[in-house]
Design a protein around this ligand. Structure first.
Ligand code: GAL
Length: 439
C-alpha cells in the first residue's frame, strides 16, 4: 500500500510539476514555410529539400525565416508495433534524413499530425499514439509540430492537446507546439500553457475575402498573445496568385501587426520581385518580431477604414491605416495625435483608462478625429480635436511627435512634416504602415 502511495505521489510530482510546455521557444512569432497552402498532398523529399535550399538562397533565412514544415500527407500507415510509417515513394530516405538536411542549412524542421484518429487527409492521426509519436519526432530531430483536429469526434480539445504537450515534454526534445483546432473551443482561453501558437479560425484561402474575413476575427484576441504564445490566423498566401500585390502587402502587414506567425505558403523557389519585396521587407518583419510581443489593437473602426496600433519595445509603436473598401480613399492623418496614442493596454481594444478615446459610436462621446476619410475629389476635413488621448507610453513618459521620427515602412522613407496633418491616398484594399521611432 505504502509503495502504491509512493508511486502515485511520484507520478503526481512528475506530471504535475514537470509536465509542461517547453519554455524559451518562439519568444517572437515563429517564421518559416509550410507546404499546405500551395502543395496540399503533393509533398516529397525533393520538394522539401528544395524549399530549404530556397529559404537560404532567396535571403529569407537572413531576414528571420527559420522553420521548414511538412504539412499533411507525409505519413501513410502504422506498422505492426504502431509506429508511424512515412510514405516511402515520396520520402524514400525517411524523415530524419530530411531533418538532418534542413538542419545542415541552419534551419529548423517541422512536421504535422492530428490529435484525432486520422489527419484531415485520412492519414493516421496521433490519437492513442501520442507518447510513441513524440519519441519518434524527437528521434528524427523535429523542431516544430503542427497538430490538427481532424478525426477527433468526441474528444475534448484542451485535454487532447495537453496530452500531446506532455508527450512532447516527456520525449525531451524542445518542439514548438502548433495547435490547429481552428478556434472551435476558444483555444486562446486555455492554450497559453499548452502550446506555442493556436489557430483562431478555419482555413485561409488565397482570396481577399478569406484573408480579410479571418483578420476581422482577431480583433478581441490581443490580450491572449505574448512571447511564446501566439494567436495564429493561419499561414500566409502571399505569392500564390489569388490576390493583387496591393492585397498581399495588406495581408502581410496585417499579420505583422497582429504578431502572427509568419509561415509562408508559396513556392519560395520561384518568387516574383513583388512577392520578394513583401516577404523580405525587413522593416515590417521587425514590427512583427518586436520583443515586446504585443498584438495590435484596433484604435479606430469606421468599418471599411480602420487604424491599428501595435506597441513596440523602447516606447516605439507601429500604426497601420487600413482601407478595407473597394474604393480609393483620401484620409487626413493627424500625426501629432497619433504620436500620443497610448500603447500600454493589452485588453480588448487596448486603450482603456483615463484619457483613452471613446469607442467609435459610443453614445454622447464625439469620436476623436485621428484621421478622417473622404472620397477622392471631395476635400477631406478634420474636426477640432476633442482632447487628444494624451496618455503615457509604457514607462510613464509622455511622448509627442517631437520625440519621434515617423517612418513609412513600405516606402522606406522617413516623413518630413511641413504640417503635422497630411492627406494620404489609399488605394482599395491597401494599408499604410508607420513606425514611430524614438529619436
Ligand atoms: C486543415 C488545416 C490546414 C491543413 C489541412 C491538411 O485542418 O487547417 O492548415 O493542415 O488540414 O489536411
Amino acid at each position: 500500500m505504502k509503495k502504491l502511495v509512493l508511486i502515485v505521489a511520484v507520478a503526481f510530482l512528475f506530471f504535475g510539476v514537470f509536465a509542461q510546455k517547453f519554455e524559451k521557444l518562439v519568444k517572437t512569432p515563429p517564421m518559416g514555410w509550410n507546404s499546405w497552402n500551395k502543395y496540399q498532398c503533393n509533398v516529397s523529399e525533393v520538394l522539401i529539400m528544395g524549399m530549404a535550399d530556397a529559404m537560404v538562397s532567396s535571403g529569407m533565412k537572413d531576414v528571420g525565416y527559420e522553420y521548414i514544415v511538412i504539412d499533411d500527407c507525409w505519413q501513410i500507415s502504422r506498422d505492426e508495433n504502431g509506429n508511424i510509417v512515412p510514405d516511402k515513394d515520396r520520402f524514400p530516405h525517411g524523415m530524419k534524413y530530411i531533418a538532418d538536411y534542413v538542419h545542415s542549412k541552419g534551419l529548423k524542421f517541422g512536421i504535422y499530425s492530428s490529435a484525432g484518429t486520422v489527419t484531415c487527409q485520412k492519414r493516421p492521426g496521433g490519437f492513442g499514439h501520442e507518447y510513441q509519436d513524440a519519441l519518434y519526432y524527437a528521434k528524427c530531430g523535429v523542431d516544430y509540430l503542427k497538430y490538427d483536429w481532424c478525426g477527433s469526434s468526441s474528444q475534448d480539445a484542451k485535454s487532447s492537446y495537453t496530452n500531446m504537450r506532455d508527450a512532447l515534454y516527456t520525449a525531451g526534445r524542445p518542439i514548438v507546439f502548433s495547435i490547429c483546432e481552428w478556434g472551435s473551443s476558444k483555444p486562446w482561453e486555455w492554450a497559453g500553457t499548452v502550446g506555442n501558437l493556436w489557430r483562431t479560425t478555419g482555413d485561409i484561402s488565397d482570396s481577399w475575402n478569406s484573408m480579410i474575413g479571418i483578420f476581422d476575427k482577431q480583433k478581441d484576441l490581443a490580450r491572449y498573445a505574448g512571447p511564446g504564445k501566439w494567436n495564429d490566423p493561419d499561414m500566409l498566401e502571399v505569392g500564390n496568385g489569388g490576390m493583387t500585390t496591393e492585397e498581399y502587402r495588406t495581408h502581410f502587414s496585417l499579420w505583422c501587426m497582429l504578431a502572427s506567425p509568419l509561415i509562408a505558403g508559396n513556392d519560395i523557389q520561384n518568387m516574383t520581385p513583388e512577392t520578394k519585396s513583401i516577404l523580405l521587407n525587413k522593416e515590417i518583419i521587425a514590427i512583427n518580431q518586436d520583443t515586446l510581443g504585443r498584438q495590435a489593437t484596433c484604435y479606430r473602426d469606421n468599418v471599411d477604414y480602420q487604424i491599428w496600433v501595435k506597441g513596440l519595445s523602447n516606447n516605439e509603436k507601429a500604426i497601420c491605416l487600413l482601407n478595407k473598401s473597394d474604393e480609393k480613399k483620401t484620409v487626413l492623418v493627424d500625426f501629432a495625435l497619433l504620436a500620443q496614442v497610448r500603447t500600454g493596454g493589452r485588453g480588448f481594444g487596448g486603450f482603456g483608462g483615463p484619457g483613452a478615446p471613446a469607442a467609435p459610436g459610443t453614445p454622447g462621446t464625439p469620436a476623436i478625429p485621428v484621421a478622417s476619410t473622404a472620397t477622392v475629389g471631395a476635400p477631406a476635413t478634420q474636426a477640432a480635436p476633442a482632447g487628444p488621448p494624451v496618455g503615457f507610453q509604457r514607462g510613464g513618459t509622455p511622448l509627442t511627435l517631437a520625440n519621434y521620427t515617423v517612418r513609412d515602412i513600405w516606402d522606406h522613407k522617413d516623413l518630413v512634416f511641413k504640417e503635422t496633418s497630411i492627406y494620404v491616398d489609399m488605394p482599395p484594399h491597401s494599408v499604410k504602415v508607420y513606425r514611430f521611432i524614438k529619436k
